[in-house]
Design a protein. Structure first.
Length: 546
């Protein structure tokens, strides 16, 4: 055993997990690998039991470069199997490479490898990271935490085949964990790429509406939520008859449908960051109706109320505001649609029972929205002789692939998005502490996970969870400090804990800017993102100071 080489490598790994380091300190067994020299004079790990070499016995560097040359612009590289690290070295030599994650198994075998060659160059490279004997959940969580498509571009997985073939099941599980995580990240990133700059702009402008003390919103017990599915057309009569029985919470899309019938909800919820959401408020906001908004909602909508109730969704900047300025109630918006978020809000307000009206999650009989919703007057104004109302409705309906399904004596259309929304709601009912009653209409049925009354009583939080913390400083001062922190972010990309918090808030905006300018490298993209965010903050600060 080369004790000096082992200690040298071990010392270079000190920046990683301490448990990982302690396991590497165990006694070296030499039952997994031996080493040979290639024709080029390089050290090659070889399996003792099979005599299979992990790299080319002729020239491992040339072999590694051949594999790396198959990549194009991928900045995040996952290497399965460490071996002699020739593939890792070649990946780090690429100028496009921003992050290299190595996944391997058998901590004792890794200890043996550290005795064969000097790995300190790659271990000391800040782009290098390693996971040993990690389960699928840890692999997925690591990639979720570190892979930022806006900065790194595409992700590529490279296999050291002589290593992965010796432990096929574990490495196959790792590949599956990576693929499933990438699907999750891709969905989120595609949204960021379209709305990242809008989120940033709206959030910092809405701080002016939250720069005062809030009294906690009163608790509610029985809520009714209205969505704007076509079934609301015939269900609205029941809502009118039972209006005094519940706290009526309207999704923004259903608000004009209720107003058309002279029904005024107790509250309305909006999460859309686009100005098109203002169409839902063209009929006005009743004076007695509370307005609940995501902090990323357009300020134009916020201006509809003298004191809107803001909440924070899944945006990094709202998380930063919660941590460093004032705590704002957090609402689960992961369902991707307003109905899901409205249910999460009702839960936060203390609702024990929630009745759901107009939630079709489909297009029953080819109908899109209930009477009174913004789509109908919008299309009526847009129609002309060459593009009649029927054509506009058909274009809207068939804009995505549809699946026709039958229900009782009727039928409905369903697409991938509506199916996803429904499934997310179904999953939420399995873990929630309220009773959900879905008023079945013409659309897709919802499979609700029912709980007994005893279970609900045991899990129900008997407290108001929708409440605000105190402002630590004035909103203008907070934005000024935030501006300074953005300016001071180091170009190197190596951040301390505070800088990481700042950097994370910029990622959605960076995703949007990369979509517009895909040719930007990581450093230029970060500078462009900083410039955009500072310019937006300056616009808001100019309002505060005048």
């Amino acid at each position: 055993m080369n004790n000096d080489l082992f200690k040298k490598n071990l010392n270079a790994l000190q920046r990683f997990d301490s448990l990982f380091i302690s396991l590497l300190n165990e006694k070296i067994t030499y039952i997994t690998y031996k080493s040979l020299k290639s024709s080029s004079g390089d050290i090659i790990p070889v399996f003792i039991d099979s005599d299979h070499a992990l790299h080319s016995l002729v020239d491992p560097h040339r072999e590694a470069k051949r594999i790396i040359n198959t990549l194009t612009d991928e900045g995040f590289i996952v290497v399965l199997g460490m071996g002699g690290a020739y593939l890792i070295e070649a990946a780090l030599e690429r100028k496009e490479t921003s992050f290299v994650l190595v996944i391997d198994y058998n901590i004792d075998g890794i200890s043996e490898l550290l005795c064969f060659k000097d790995y300190t160059k790659i271990f000391n490279d800040p782009r290098f990271h390693i996971l040993i004997d990690a389960d699928d959940e840890l692999i997925g969580q690591f990639i979720l935490n570190h892979y930022k498509p806006a900065l790194y571009g595409s992700l590529s997985t490279l296999l050291l085949k002589s290593r992965t073939n010796s432990d096929i099941e574990k490495f196959n599980n790792a590949v599956n964990a990576i693929e499933q995580t990438i699907k999750t990240i891709s969905q989120d990133y595609s949204v960021q790429a379209y709305f990242g700059t809008v989120w940033f702009s709206n959030i910092i402008r809405n701080l002016i509406y939250t720069n005062f003390d809030y009294a906690p919103h009163p608790l509610i017990k029985h809520a009714a939520i209205t969505a704007a599915g076509p079934s609301l057309n015939f269900q609205i009569s029941e809502i009118r008859e039972r209006r005094e029985e519940f706290f009526l919470l309207a999704t923004d899309t259903s608000l004009p449908c209720l107003i058309l019938e002279n029904i005024y909800p107790d509250a309305v919820v909006s999460i859309d960051c686009q100005h098109v959401g203002y169409h839902h408020f063209m009929s006005g906001l009743p004076e007695t109706t509370d307005l609940f908004l995501d902090l990323a909602s357009p300020p134009l909508i916020a201006s509809q109320s003298l004191k809107p109730y803001f909440f924070s969704g899944n945006h990094p900047l709202t998380g930063y505001i919660n941590k460093f300025w004032r705590s704002v109630p957090e609402i689960d918006t992961s369902g991707g649609n307003i109905t899901y978020s409205s249910i999460a809000l009702a839960e936060k307000l203390g609702a024990e029972t929630i009745e759901l009206f107009g939630a079709d999650f489909s297009y029953p009989k080819g109908l899109t929205y209930a009477k009174g919703s913004y789509v109908h007057p919008y299309f009526e104004k847009k129609q002309n002789r060459t593009c009649p109302l029927e054509s506009l409705n058909s274009t809207f309906l068939y804009r995505t692939p549809l699946i026709k399904k039958n229900i009782h004596t009727s039928w409905y259309y369903e697409n991938a998005s509506l199916s996803f929304y429904r499934e997310k709601l179904e999953a939420k009912t399995k873990t929630s502490d309220f009773k959900l009653i879905h008023k079945q209409g013409w659309g897709a049925p919802i499979k609700i996970s029912s709980k007994s009354s005893a279970e609900l009583l045991q899990t129900k939080q008997q407290e108001n969870l929708f409440k605000y913390g105190k402002c630590q400083i004035n909103a203008a001062d907070f934005l000024a400090d935030y501006r300074k922190d953005i300016l001071s972010l180091p170009v190197s990309g190596i951040y301390n804990e505070k800088e990481k918090n700042i950097f994370t808030t910029l990622l959605p905006a960076a995703a949007a800017l990369r979509r517009r300018s895909p040719e930007l490298n990581t450093e230029n993209l970060l500078e462009k993102t900083k410039e955009y965010c500072i310019k937006e903050i300056d616009k808001v600060l100019s309002i505060y100071t005048h």
